[in-house]
Write a protein that binds this ligand. Sequence first.
Ligand code: BJW
Length: 265
Amino acid sequence: MSDFQIHLTESPRILALLGAGLSAPSGLPTFRGAGGLWWMHDAKQLSTPQAFDENPGLVWEFYLERRAAAKEARPNAAHFALAELARRVPEFNAISMNIDGLSERAGHPPAQISFLHGNLFSIRCTTCPHTIHDEAAEAIIAALTTALAHSSTSNLSAASVPTCPACHTGLLRPGVVWFGEALPSATLASLYAWIEAAPSIDTMLVIGTSAEVYPATAYIEAARKKLARVAVVNIEQEDPGLLGLEEQDWYFQGDAGDLVPEMLK
Ligand code: BJW
């Protein structure tokens, strides 16, 4: 730990990849491993456009429940420590795969974090670019929640899923990025520019991710090409992914909520 802490204080340029394990100490389940099952459905199977085509009501139920849980949850000490690091180190940039809003609520400066997989709190159309936020999104969520409460089958029917108010044809869906879908191009472009412009990246933090999902995971390799030393934080005992840890890297096993504040203090 002290070796890492010394290296970090000597790191002007830091990149972090944040996964579901960062929010696990806030009580939100991860995708893989324990907690990856929702009502006997594999969370990964529900995070696809095919699942939404086949059963939009079921996919909406999955997201209604997660949205309610994320609203109830509080950012944990790791979210706050990362936000604080961002305020201290101007050249610290985080890449989050999380959609739960907890980094934002911890006060992470928006210019120093990119969200690759969208946001639980926005809604968009399946066919046109129309996107809905804030109160308008809340009203749609309230209507879906009421429809679910009054459903005779205890499931949300496809007929309850609203149509886009802009194009009047596409169904409305959660504003997240599913498997097989493109990631937000402006976000990818600004990350690419930041990495390209960096003469080097000193430290790459990899926090609470199985490092299985591309292209997010590819940023670890991009940082290595810029000579970064990699520090992994994971509750599992061993490298959960194909991180290819090297001798100069660190692997901290434990709860991100405990370890990250200690690492960044
Ligand atoms: C703790 C802890 C604690 C627990 N403390 N630790 C190249 C090679 C191979 C495949 C591909 C490739 N390029 C693309 C693909 C396909 C695919 C992919 O990656 N597949 C792999 C599974 C093989 N990728 C895509 O489809 C992406 N799209 C794409 O590439 O499009 C190309 C395209 C271009 C142009 C036009 C069209 C297409 C999109 C990927 C989107 C992923 N979306 C999801 C759902 C988001 C919405 C939602 O949340 O519902 O994102 S899937 C899901 O996985 C979610 C997560 O963000 C993501 C990553 O998961 P994460 O964060 O790593 O969580 P877990 O659960 O896997 O791991 C948690 C970890 O925490 C574990 O290790 C625990 O041990 C640990 N942990 N508690 C510390 N307390």
